[in-house]
Write a protein that binds this ligand. Structure first.
Ligand code: BG6
Length: 515
């Protein structure tokens, strides 16, 4: 009897390999009363505690300038864990975290504050067995980064001695252009060694981003065709439906290019295009990423005019709801010239990628929240089909779905059943949740954990940060010299300005995401 098709069977979820808890340590968060702490860091710690990945000797010291009492801070953290981590009312992991939670208010520019922090950390070591290992998380405004490091250094809190480690995590943004990033690197290196510095890019905490390397290098079938001979071009879209929320002050100074490209998007570019590293050791991976950043063809001023597009949203409708124009958002200048959308064509001048364009785009208030890397392969020769109804052959597309619907899909042509030869475009889909389930994750779990075990692979080295800024600096310069004349130039809820489509159609191509 012929095989019959059956309904797909539920798949067994594949278990993860066990990991050891992080080293004994005290996490000191500067900016502990801020949004990042409640929305990301606390939920990430809670998720790590549930998985037994926090060490038994663990404590958390919150530092901020608000004058709460320690009890008020603990109460606030309990509420935040409920609201942002989904913790239940009676929660043993919350109790565990709160038992080892401290708070100290003060001015981060005052040496006395750091003098007081010192005995507090010593007491915490004694009580919780954190062994003098401190990891400081700078979740403050970036203008304080240099100062906090200087103060930690002056108070003797950054020095690694007697087998204690001292690590510092820097939240994004690291600098606002090439010169300021280089200056900050120089400043913090007066106090810290490079291996104490963890510059975060939360995109690297996303499982699907980490999977780009595993997918490329653990499968024999993709890497041989991962080059200019078989790949026509690559597209990266990071679409957001949100506007600037409460971050108008920061965003109106930064804009979409600074906010997303030298960091998150270039991470996606480098992971997709880098050569195989010799190992998964931090520097082996980061060396290969850095080589790509150095190989990006620099934009001459005239290239900025032809290979970049900027946009700003006007009013419109997102997911059925009317939303205001960017210029009407809180804390945004009513005549703001800041871009909320950017599209770029990048070329990577190396042997593997010569003449293969990378088109990237990102924006606020777009039609869909979606992050995807689309690899479009070259067409097969048409010759065999010339006497059939087939008019042309499609491109094979491999799509790495980073978020929100995490997975990988492959589009290819298949014969439409029937007596004549005709081709339909079909898709093979892999969804993470089918094989691995889906667990609550903020993306910060892995990064906090790696910092506790001293693995810097997923953090950016000084040279990478500067190379990333170097890629976008000519664009920043030309855009500054030539202010936009047509803002707002896209409606909220659309896919950005028309010029972003022209960027591809001029090359005989089109955006695939959102089609
Ligand atoms: C941040 C940017 O770094 O990344 C935000 O400052 C942006 O503007 C966010 O919204 C996007 O992150 P995610 O994880 O939601 O894709």
């Amino acid at each position: 009897m012929a095989d019959t098709l059956t309904e797909p069977q539920p798949l067994e979820t594949l278990p993860a390999a066990p990991a050891r808890p992080g080293d004994r340590c005290c996490l000191v968060i500067f900016g502990a009363s801020g949004d990042l702490t409640k929305r990301k860091l606390l939920p990430a710690l809670y998720n790590l505690a549930k998985k037994d990945l926090l060490p038994k000797g663990f404590a958390l010291v919150g530092c901020a300038n608000q004058t709460f009492s320690e009890d008020e801070f603990r109460q606030q953290v309990r509420e935040d864990l409920k609201q942002f981590a989904g913790a239940p009312d009676h929660c043993k992991f919350c109790d565990w975290l709160i038992e080892r939670l401290y708070y100290t208010a003060g001015d981060f520019e005052s040496p006395q504050y750091f003098q007081q922090l010192k005995p507090l950390l010593a007491q915490v070591d004694e009580k919780h067995g954190t062994q003098g290992n401190y990891f400081y998380y700078l979740a403050t405004t970036p203008t304080l980064f240099g100062e906090i490091v200087r103060q930690l250094g002056a108070a003797g809190l950054a020095e690694e001695n007697d087998g204690h480690w001292r690590r510092i995590v820097f939240e994004k943004p690291f600098g606002h252009d090439l010169d300021s990033a280089a200056a900050l690197n120089r400043e913090i290196k007066q106090v810290l060694a490079e291996d104490q510095i963890y510059r975060i890019d939360h995109y690297l905490g996303k499982e699907t981003v980490q999977n780009i390397l595993v997918f490329r290098f653990s499968n024999g079938i993709f890497e041989p065709i991962w080059n200019r001979r078989y790949i026509d071009h690559i597209q990266i879209t990071v679409g957001e439906t949100l506007g600037v929320e409460q971050r108008g002050t920061y965003y109106d100074q930064a804009g979409a290019l600074r906010d997303m490209v030298p960091n998150h998007i270039l991470q996606l570019v480098t992971l997709t295009s880098m050569e195989p590293p010799v190992s998964f050791q931090a520097d082996a991976v980061r060396d290969e990423q850095a080589k790509i950043l150095h190989a990006v063809q620099p934009y001459a001023p005239e290239d900025v005019l032809t290979r970049t597009v900027r946009g700003q949203y006007g009013e419109g409708a997102v997911e059925g709801n009317s939303v205001p124009a960017y210029r009407s958002e809180p804390k945004v200048a009513p005549d703001s010239q800041t871009e909320t959308f950017v599209a770029l064509k990048l070329l990577i001048d190396n042997w593997r990628w010569a003449d293969v364009p990378f088109y990237i785009r990102t924006g606020k208030r777009l039609a869909q929240r979606v992050t995807e890397v689309v690899i479009q392969f070259r067409r097969a020769p048409f010759v065999l089909f010339r006497d059939t109804p087939v008019e042309n052959l499609g491109h094979n597309l491999l799509v790495l779905h980073i978020q929100p619907d995490e997975g990988i899909s492959l589009k290819f042509g298949a014969k439409i059943p029937g007596p004549v030869v005709d081709i339909g475009s079909v898709k093979m889909d892999f969804h993470y949740r089918d094989y691995f389930g889906s667990e609550p994750s903020t993306g910060y779990e892995r990064l906090l954990y790696d910092c506790m075990i001293g693995d810097a692979t997923l953090f950016q080295r000084a040279d990478m940060i500067e190379a990333g800024w170097n890629v976008v600096q000519p664009v920043l310069d030309v855009w500054k010299a030539l202010p936009p004349r047509n803002f707002p130039n896209y409606a909220a809820g659309s896919w950005g300005p028309k010029e972003a489509n022209d960027l591809l159609t001029r090359d005989g191509r089109q955006w695939k995401t959102g089609q």
